[in-house]
Ligand binder design. Sequence first.
Ligand code: GLU
Length: 303
Amino acid sequence: MDYQKIIEDIYQEILPFSHQGKQADYIPALAKVNPDQFGMCLHTVGGEVYPFMKADAAFSIQSISKVFSLAMCLSLKGEALWKRVGKEPSGTAFNSLVQLEIEKGIPRNPFINAGAIVLSDILLSELEHPEEDFLRFVRSLCEDDSVDYNMEVALSERETGYLNAAIANLLKYHGTIENDIESVLMFYFKTCSVEMNCMQLSKAFLAFTNHAPFEYAGYRLSQSRIKRLNAVMQTCGFYDEAGEFSYLVGLPGKSGVGGGIVAVCPHRYAVAVWSPRLNSKGNSVMGMKALELLTTQTQESIF
Ligand code: GLU
């Protein structure tokens, strides 16, 4: 399969959408990013790498970090994790409070903010050095020790993260989080602030294609667990647009408000795409289009 040529053709086809949408500006540090950028990279399980345009430009991974937190928590807690957080699509916005209140503080899934805040709490309870361990895990997935937190982004989000603070308070009220609210929120914001580029992200997600035993920085997951983690990405990875992404692209994946999307074609490849302009649901406009065309042209999806 000539992925390089396919990606180049896709880019030409999606150019008319390059000014649609706008970047996330509710986190002040993200509002400063030049919105008119595009990068993409595909890593195959055979070791081929297909970078395109700004594939080496670092961006804020934001909610993509939730997949790394989930993998660590599943490795540490196993099935018992699902007592603390659900695995049903939410059908509401990523930062919605309403459902959390009705469901008495058990978040619908680990990829909405409430769910990921619970994952952060679990990592704080389980690990002696959660911040170092999180980075070590991500660095080992992408085999690159330069990956790091961006403190400007983390602090910028802390200053304006009123909704996330409300979510954490509601969780604490219902007894779903054990640690103090401030520590949980700061750790959550730090994990979201991690910067990676498309090459590093597609390499990291190759681990989730289930082509080889999963063991990174001491965190182990069985093939069956990876399959299930992919199931959660498939049903919950795209805010309340998970159905649309499944319909158009047909791959498990995860997006972030920094404009990144990573998707996994089991046993074949992992692909990352980045373009900061988002649609009204918070997903990258160019990113969604690019992946839709990728699975259409390669005829490689899980369906
Ligand atoms: N840190 C962002 C927030 O909590 C993550 C949002 C996202 O990428 O979905 O609002």
